[in-house]
Design a protein around this ligand. Structure first.
Ligand SMILES: *[C@@H]1O[C@H](CO)[C@@H](O)[C@H](O)[C@H]1NC(C)=O
Ligand SMILES: *[C@@H]1O[C@H](CO)[C@@H](O)[C@H](O)[C@H]1NC(C)=O
Ligand SMILES: *[C@@H]1O[C@H](CO)[C@@H](O)[C@H](O)[C@H]1NC(C)=O
Length: 416
């Protein structure tokens, strides 16, 4: 194994001590990167690994793509890089590129995306625009117009921002995406953003059934296991693959539309309906040719806003943003004004406070609203809300990377 397991330990420590410091949690980003990697065709992953070679500190030349040498690298170690450099002077411009804020956004009652007053700051200075920019850098690299250094940096941002885009609170303009919304988690003071960045994921990892600590077997095992590195979230990824993305899993049907971008009317006619069938997809997924199975080919981009035919951050983000009002991600009880109770007047009927009191469970921060309750965290876990977002981000990352690199011959690269 080429990649050190140190990062898994580092994540465990980070999750335990400082979840607030990491957007979507380092673990969340690594899980997304690993799910993407599982879906990448071999030649594409090989190419991606060649580009990332310097940042992964792989001094040896790329191995010939044999079964033994596969995968040539792991994407997880670079997945949280963008969070670690955002405060360095030379990267300070990237700090606002992890989220998008609509001025009018006021979940849970008013979800504006963006509403009449538009986005905060520059319309291009957000994660949706940034995803388009780094994708274009990679497309230019694939066309031979950019250095491998440019591509390496763009790749690290793409892997990270695709994750951020699938964290609902990174799409919300209210109280800095919930960073300002103080809540309690298991009695400890934290904020809503941190709950979604790390605490819900950490809890799901802890609650993964024991049978997933064993390697998956058969074809499924052959597809998934090579990409796991002994990290604390391995069993969680096995579960997302086995119960979620596998044939017949929770996401099997809907995941077929995760890569769809709205097609301009003019293009729709010529494209016709996708040519794959259910069975073809199943066979192709098992053959690790997931992308082809989805019936995608490169289509010319449109000039409409941030979205083109392959990468459509705005169209993808819209329903994710809506979760802030629907689920709700944003509990009504956090509202300090209006019809909603707040502070000491919290409605003890909601979100398990009453049940806690009845069961004699301690609530050391009675002034803060507890979210680690069956009604909040329990509902999110039961409905696989977080797992769905992680899977979606991974599949989309794989789709975009495959679209960019599928036609590029690895041998054709001059790694300058
Ligand atoms: C790469 O790894 C070698 C040895 O494993 C180490 O000496 C070197 O400092 C590393 N370089 C970077 C940039 O991390
Ligand atoms: C994207 O690229 C455009 C054109 O180069 C630039 O004006 C804009 O600031 C960039 N936006 C982001 C978010 O990087
Ligand atoms: C693990 O157990 C669950 C039931 O708790 C079952 O649904 C699932 O299929 C099992 N997974 C594997 C990989 O056997």
């Amino acid at each position: 194994m080429r990649i050190s397991l140190l990062s898994a330990t580092a994540i465990a420590v980070a999750l335990a001590n400082a979840p607030a410091a990491y957007a979507w949690g380092a673990a969340g980003h690594e899980i997304v990167a690993t799910i993407a990697q599982i879906h990448l065709p071999k030649p594409v992953l090989t190419l991606v690994c060649d580009i990332l070679r310097p940042s992964l500190n792989l001094s040896e030349p790329a191995p010939v793509s044999t079964v033994d040498a596969y995968p040539p690298c792991s994407l997880a170690p670079i997945a949280a890089w963008a969070d670690t450099i955002r405060m360095r002077p030379e990267y300070r411009y990237t700090a606002p590129l992890h989220y998008v804020n609509a001025v009018d956004d006021a979940p849970p009652d008013g979800c504006a995306f963006p509403g009449t007053h538009g986005w905060q700051g520059r319309p291009t200075g957000n994660v949706l625009a940034a995803l388009g920019n780094v994708t274009n850098v990679l497309r230019e690299f694939a066309d031979g117009q950019r250095s491998v250094g440019d591509a390496e940096e763009a790749l690290k941002f793409l892997v990270h921002w695709m994750g951020d885009m699938h964290q609902p609170l990174h799409m919300s303009g209210r109280e800095k995406g919930g960073n300002g919304a103080k809540v309690a988690w298991n009695g400890r003071s934290t904020n809503l953003h941190s709950v979604w960045d790390g605490l819900l994921i950490a809890q799901s990892i802890r609650q993964t059934p024991r049978n997933y600590s064993r390697p998956l077997t058969g074809t499924e095992g052959a597809i998934v296991e090579p990409h796991l590195r002994g990290a604390i979230y391995d069993s969680y990824i096995r579960r997302i693959m086995h119960e979620g993305l596998a044939i017949g899993g929770r996401f099997d049907e809907e995941s077929r539309s995760w890569l769809d971008c709205p097609t301009p009317e003019s293009e729709k006619k010529s494209l016709g309906t996708p040519s794959f069938t259910y069975k073809e997809r199943a066979q192709a997924l098992l053959a690790m040719d997931f992308y082809t199975a989805l019936g995608l080919t490169t289509r010319p981009g449109t000039e409409e806003g941030w979205d083109d035919a392959v990468l459509c951050p705005f169209a993808w983000a819209k329903p994710i943003h809506k979760l802030n009002c629907e689920l709700p991600v944003w509990p009504h009880n956090l509202d300090p004004t209006g019809s909603h109770p707040s502070g000491a007047e919290l409605d003890t009927d909601d979100f398990g406070a009453e049940a806690d009191a009845a069961a004699g469970r301690p609530r050391p921060h009675p002034e803060l609203f507890e979210l680690d309750t069956p009604e909040y965290a329990g509902k999110i876990a039961k409905e696989w809300v977080v797992e769905r977002l992680l899977a979606m981000a991974g599949v989309r990352l794989a789709g975009v990377l495959t679209d960019i690199f599928q036609d590029v011959e690895a041998d054709g690269f001059v790694l300058v």
